[in-house]
Design a protein. Structure first.
Length: 130
């Protein structure tokens, strides 16, 4: 019997999802990929509630990924040391709930990875290609 209301979430296990994220990074042109050597790209199940509150977001589905760190244009020799390296978090749950097909998941993972990497290069949300 089909359930009415919210569509069924696609089932992609955490390991398969991590492979999709890795492929998205590996699929970047070398000139961009080489600038990510000191950036950690991690998959997390859900965005933390504290982060959603800090960003004034009501639902965990409102955040697919997050860049945390100093962007390349902001980094300089005079920047104080002792900071953690840049980190890109990709949130598995919201992406799986957003997409209806495995192909949509692949595309959304790629788009989200590219979007967050754009922040590393200093782009604002309104400057992103999508």
């Amino acid at each position: 019997m089909a359930h009415r209301g919210r569509p069924r979430t696609i089932s992609i296990n955490p390991e398969e999802f991590e492979v999709l994220v890795r492929r998205a990074v590996e699929g970047l042109p070398e000139q961009y990929r080489s600038l990510l050597k000191n950036v950690a790209v991690v998959v997390e199940a859900e965005p933390p509630r504290e982060l959603l509150d800090e960003l004034d977001l009501e639902s965990e589905d409102d955040l697919l990924g997050l860049y945390a760190g100093t962007s390349l244009p902001s980094d300089s020799f005079f920047h104080p040391g002792g900071e953690l390296p840049a980190k890109i978090s990709i949130y598995r749950g919201p992406i799986l709930r957003l997409c209806r097909t495995p192909e949509e998941v692949v595309q959304e993972v790629r788009d989200t990875v590219v979007h967050e990497i754009g922040h590393h290069f200093g782009l604002r949300d309104d400057e992103m290609p999508y």
